[in-house]
Write a protein that binds this ligand. Structure first.
Ligand SMILES: [Zn+2]
Length: 363
């Protein structure tokens, strides 16, 4: 009979327990990953990986995947290229797929790198083609953007990647490789999740956005709001009027003149009877169509300002939290205020018409 050494049993038991715990953590993180909560996956996986030696492959993979989708390509490449063809579960793509995609993305990404830090924390990792007045103007606005936008949302945001292109063709290709489709129109600025994208020149080589202009500054804060909201909500849907309205409010934090301009635009929309119905404001297809966009943006801005007047900044933050918890705007409005988006829309719409009738609309 072989007598098992008690210490060996203890070690084997400990190994079983710890691998079961890691498997539980990995399953939880896979759930969070499916919800698009990438920041949480990266933070939790990193914390767990400090306890496992050698590194647990499931956790490395999950962190690499979250990093890929949040566009932290350096982390994604490091994690995924260390795993070869490993996949944590059946039907999940092998790590080498992600490593290969990062190589293709990096081939078209701007080559120069800079950072904006606060103490030891990197707030923005900036990749740029050219160090010129235009790229410098964007970099110069980022710190103020972070302070204002994170201040409004009462949030801290881990590193955001910033890609500043000079070349429109490479910008389009980078956009396509990251999101699966090219930008629909010439879209010089974009923000989603962990990345801000900017392109100095459009397809015909002109530079429509002057460096340091109010439009450039408000657009940077606008796009950063999209990053923050998307990272907070994950895959939870937010109707475009609310997302764009919040983003435009963030733009106005850097360019307060946008508020007076919005008053003028909305007064014109109401006078001309051009207010878009909620069904259009709530659907991306309607909101972003060329016919509607000119009206939809100022109207979304006005609707969010109207809500802010009613429930204040704290109410808006509570709304986002409820939206994340409940997964649906109407459920969130019902839970917080026993109302729904139709009632909110009608209150705004009817309020505008009343102002028009009373001759109090706009300046
Ligand atoms: Zn936007």
């Amino acid at each position: 009979m072989i007598r098992r050494a008690p210490w060996l049993v203890a070690v084997l038991l400990a190994l079983c327990v710890s691998s079961a715990v890691v498997a539980d953590v990995a399953a939880d993180l896979a759930g969070l990953l499916a919800k698009g909560r990438y920041d949480e996956v990266i933070a939790a996986a990193t914390q767990e990986l400090e306890k496992t030696d050698p590194p647990d492959k499931q956790l490395v993979y999950l962190r690499g995947m979250a990093a890929f989708y949040i566009q932290w390509y350096g982390v994604a490449q490091k994690d995924m290229s260390s795993l070869g063809d490993y996949a944590p579960w059946e039907k999940w793509p092998p790590a080498s797929d992600f490593a290969g995609r990062v190589v293709r993305i990096k081939a078209v990404a701007p080559a120069n790198v800079d950072e904006i830090r606060r103490g030891k924390t990197c707030l923005f990792r900036i990749y740029y083609d050219e160090n010129n007045e235009w790229s410098q103007a964007i970099a110069a606005t980022l710190r103020e953007t972070y302070a204002e936008v994170c201040g409004l949302y009462g949030a801290e945001l881990a590193e955001t990647s910033v890609f500043i292109f000079s070349d429109g063709a490479r910008y389009n290709e980078f956009f396509r490789l990251g999101s699966g489709s090219p930008p629909t129109d010439w879209q010089w600025a974009a923000g989603a999740g962990g990345a801000l994208l900017f392109c100095q020149y459009d397809a015909d080589g002109s530079q429509p956005v002057p460096p340091g202009s109010a439009y450039m500054r408000s657009s940077i804060a606008h796009e950063f709001s999209h990053c923050l909201v998307r990272r907070y909500l994950g895959t939870t849907r937010i109707p475009p009027w609310l997302d764009e309205g919040l983003a435009t409010c963030c733009g106005a934090l850097l360019v307060p003149e946008d508020l007076a301009r919005n008053d003028l635009q909305v007064a014109a929309i109401v006078r001309l009877g051009q207010m878009l119905p909620l069904s259009v404001m709530a659907e991306s297809r309607g909101f972003y169509s060329n016919d509607n966009a000119k009206t939809a943006y100022p109207q979304g801005f006005a609707m969010v300002r109207f809500m802010a007047d009613q429930i204040g900044r704290d109410g808006l933050l509570k709304l986002l939290q409820l939206l994340r918890d409940e997964g649906d705007l109407d459920k969130a409005l019902d839970k917080g205020w026993q109302t729904n988006s139709t009632a909110v829309y009608e209150a705004w719409h009817d309020g505008m018409l009343r102002l028009l009738q009373e001759g109090k609309l706009g300046p």
